[in-house]
Ligand binder design. Structure first.
Ligand SMILES: [Zn+2]
Ligand SMILES: [Zn+2]
Length: 814
């Protein structure tokens, strides 16, 4: 880990601050530090950022900002981890009685680089989160624990000559001769001692220890991170990657690279955000790769963020194949702790100069950052749903700004926030904030898929007519899609089917229309979902998707003792139906049909294995939730079916339309990436809805224009900025009162542009027994919103704690 040698200007030294310092001596000059402790306290000392002052002992220690430290906290002085955010003299303790400043317990080795410390400060302010909590999340647990850190002996050559009259045993003599040979051949070390023994073909280290005694080599100790265990995703080659677009670029791609790397006015490389909108399969990744190649040539490094679910071995391999494994570090959830630590250490040491990772990789200690890329920038998984509630894309933009380098946001369906920034003037007479580059066509050899919208109401009528009213089974696959699946299977093609809902049935109620029983969770405002499971009574269990509580399947209606019906369909029900309908065409559960959802995919390894099986062609039909909508590039996919395009449309969230458009466009984009034309069938009860019609027509611009106009009329993001505060309490009265107090505090700030709405119960009004009351606040700019919150926070009226969740730029409004 890097520890700059330059010092931090501590005042005075040797002031006698020994461990036995008297109180008078304690007030003497020395080194003082401000420490942000890794605790969720949102207390407000005068420093404003929640940091606490400590004295450094021993006085000769040289702490630096960003260094990890252990400090006593609270009355009992419990040892707590923290990060030094400032180093200085006794003036840091000015506002408190200097004699009462406590001493740090221990300085640790890990250091958060200064640019990431700056990012943390911004996040703490912007996302209304204690600085210590922000910092705590920046270092991977494996780094904090030091997983995989091992002592390594390093041998440096002193001189090949032996002291006169030295008598050597045969093994040492051979080792000396081999070493001399090596040095003569131009390799003068230094070498890790064990490696040197291997290279020189020695059976043990003893001969080298003897050479060290004789002063031929000098052996020193250092620490290094050693990876243990097999790498998940190391078998990257097993995933059938599609043919690389290679170095041949379309004109639009060249144009985009030039725009990213050179600011149009001056040609200089500066911080600037570029939105790269390219249709699915248009070669966005090739643009990233070539821009990165240029940055590397200049001796700089690049940071690439990818949604976790799209960070497959296939994606990682495109980077390692282009730049070599030595230069690339991939950070994803499939890594073991020691691998994670190693990747982090390689970035910190400047060895890994291309860091590819999911959301939290935005904190990777990349040295000399020259380019930041956020792929699939619209993806909602970039938003963390627990403290600190940051958006990975926005943190990445801030990181680029701190480093003074370009930031590229790539997507086929950009978020309206980014589209707004790239197309709407930043002010009167000003250009838009972001630069826009577009890749409107697929790479040569691939055409856009042909999309057909199917009206589910009509499909039902067709089936009723054909099969009579006898067939009362639930069909998730209508006649049109059924026919297309059959034809595709017969032609040897592969199929992706999307149903963004897990489980078997998500509506369990009394079969009698006169009875009102619906099975709901006791602790949540939510219906329970039936999951089938062999071997359990009634063939499964019911689960709450909010609090995860499980129960037995009810046999009878508890109100009228009537029969219970299981309605609505999730991926499990679709799986059963597919086997029933296409079993005769060789489709069998688990072999030629694979279900991908968070119930079947327990780890990143499961997921990567499943994708590899589909890429090899062993699996003919891949059925899944939104997990399958991203990053999958399999040339033989000739049909994509969307079983129910309306799942996101009916959610009470102003982004429901945008989500639907994105999901349908993204999954449709998986079809026809090889030579064959792809077909997409979208089943919906809303066949004329804009989101569905325009996604089918691959018409992002019309969609975005219409949706932006809607948001403008309603003054919703991205036209205004938004904060959402949710008050939780087991007691509804308390939650309501807390929410009212916050509304009052925000209104008292007296900013007429701040629009604070009255508190209302959330769409899911209770989770795990906690009532949830939400407050929405809107403001023309992020700055105004932040000032209002900071004001209320400084007066102690709003705080982030277990009962209050503050979400800036929220993406989920449930
Ligand atoms: Zn529940
Ligand atoms: Zn009943």
């Amino acid at each position: 880990m890097p520890r700059p040698d330059s010092h931090n200007g501590r005042a005075g030294s040797g002031a006698g601050a020994s461990l036995f310092a008297s109180e008078a001596e304690a007030a003497a000059p020395g080194v003082y530090v401000r420490v942000a402790v890794e605790r969720g306290i949102d207390r407000l000392p005068t420093s404003g950022d929640g940091s606490l002052t400590y004295r450094v002992v021993p006085p000769e220690a040289r702490p630096i900002a960003g260094q990890r430290v252990e400090v006593p906290l609270g009355k009992a002085g419990a040892v707590t981890q923290g990060i030094i955010v400032e180093v200085g003299d006794a003036s840091l303790a000015d506002e408190m009685d200097a004699t009462r400043v406590r001493s740090i317990t221990r300085l640790r080795d890990e250091v958060i680089p200064v640019d990431i410390l700056a990012l943390a400060r911004w996040m703490a302010g912007y996302y209304v989160c204690p600085l210590g909590m922000v910092l705590a999340g920046m270092l991977p647990a494996a780094v904090k624990r030091g997983t995989g850190r091992t002592r390594v002996e390093i041998a440096a050559l002193v001189g090949t000559a032996l002291p006169e009259g030295t008598k050597l045993r045969p093994a040492a003599r051979r080792a000396h001769a081999a070493l001399c040979e090596r040095v003569a051949a131009g390799d003068a070390g230094p070498w890790p001692l064990r490696k040197l023994a291997q290279v020189l073909d020695l059976a043990s280290l003893a001969p080298l220890r003897r050479l060290a005694e004789l002063g031929v080599i000098a052996v020193t100790e250092t620490t290094e991170v050693v990876v243990r265990g097999a790498a998940c995703g190391a078998s990257a080659g097993s995933v059938g990657a599609s043919a690389d677009a290679g170095l041949q670029l379309m004109h639009t791609q060249q144009h985009a690279i030039a725009a990213i790397l050179h600011a149009p006015e001056s040609g200089a490389r500066l911080f600037r955000v570029h939105l790269l909108r390219g249709v699915t399969g248009s070669g966005k990744t090739e643009v990233y790769l070539q821009a990165i190649a240029q940055i590397l040539d200049e001796g700089l490094s690049a940071l690439v963020l990818v949604p976790e679910i799209a960070l497959t071995p296939q994606t990682a391999e495109r980077f390692t194949r282009r730049f070599g494994e030595d230069l690339v570090a991939v950070m994803h959830s499939g890594l073991t702790a020691s691998q994670r630590h190693k990747a982090w250490a390689r970035a910190a040491a400047g060895e890994a100069r291309v860091v590819v990772g999911a959301r939290s990789a935005v904190f990777a200690p990349v040295q000399r950052l020259g380019l930041v890329v956020v792929d699939e920038e619209h993806d909602s998984s970039y938003k963390q749903d627990r403290l600190p509630r940051y958006h990975g894309r926005d943190a990445a933009i801030k990181r680029g700004q701190i480093a003074g380098c370009p930031v590229v946001l790539g997507s086929a369906t950009p978020s309206l926030e980014s589209w707004h920034n790239a197309t709407v003037p930043a002010g009167p007479g000003l250009p838009p904030r972001y630069t826009l580059s577009e890749l409107p066509t697929r790479v040569p050899g691939a055409s856009m898929p042909i999309v057909k919208i199917v009206d589910l109401a009509r499909e039902r009528a067709i089936r009723a007519h054909r099969e009579g009213l006898e067939d009362r089974r639930i069909h998730l696959i209508g006649p049109t899609l059924e026919h297309a699946i059959e034809a595709t299977l017969n032609a040897g093609g592969q199929i992706i089917l999307l149903l963004n809902r897990r489980g078997f049935a998500h509506y369990i109620s009394c079969a009698r229309t006169s009875c009102e029983f619906i099975l709901s969770c006791d602790q949540c405002d939510a219906r329970l979902v039936l999951h089938k499971h062999q071997g359990l009574p009634m063939g499964g269990f019911v689960r709450c998707h909010h609090c995860l509580a499980e129960q037995c399947v009810p046999r009878l209606c508890p109100i009228c003792q009537g029969r219970v019906g299981f309605f609505g369909g999730g991926t499990q029900r679709a799986e059963e139906e597919i086997v029933r309908k296409f079993g005769s065409l060789g489709i069998a559960d688990g072999s030629t049909l694979l279900r991908l959802d968070s119930d079947t995919m327990k780890s990143a390894r499961d997921y990567h294995d499943a994708l590899a099986r589909f890429s090899r062609g062993d699996v003919r039909i891949l059925l899944g939730t939104q997990m399958i909508a991203k990053g999958l590039d399999v040339p033989n996919v000739r049909l994509v079916g969307v079983l129910d395009a309306d799942t996101a449309l009916t959610i009470p969230d102003f982004r429901a339309t945008e989500r639907t458009f994105q999901l349908v466009s993204q999954v449709a984009g998986r079809a026809g990436r090889g030579g064959q034309t792809g077909h997409v069938i979208i089943q919906t009860f809303h066949p004329t809805h804009d989101a569905i019609v325009l996604a089918a027509a691959h018409d992002y611009t019309t969609f975005a224009r219409a949706e932006l106009a809607t948001r403008l009329r309603a003054s919703l993001p991205p036209v205004r900025r938004m904060a959402r505060i949710v008050c939780r309490d087991a007691d509804l009265q308390k939650a309501t009162h807390a929410a009212r107090d916050i509304v009052q505090a925000l209104r008292e700030v007296g900013d007429p542009t701040l629009d604070v709405r009255n508190p209302v119960p959330c769409a899911v009004s209770r989770i795990s027994g906690q009532h949830r009351i939400g407050i929405d606040a809107f403001s023309p700019t992020a700055g105004q919103l932040q000032r209002a919150l900071a004001n209320a926070r400084a007066r102690g009226l709003v705080r982030s704690d277990a009962k209050t969740a503050i979400d800036i730029d929220p993406v989920a409004l449930m």
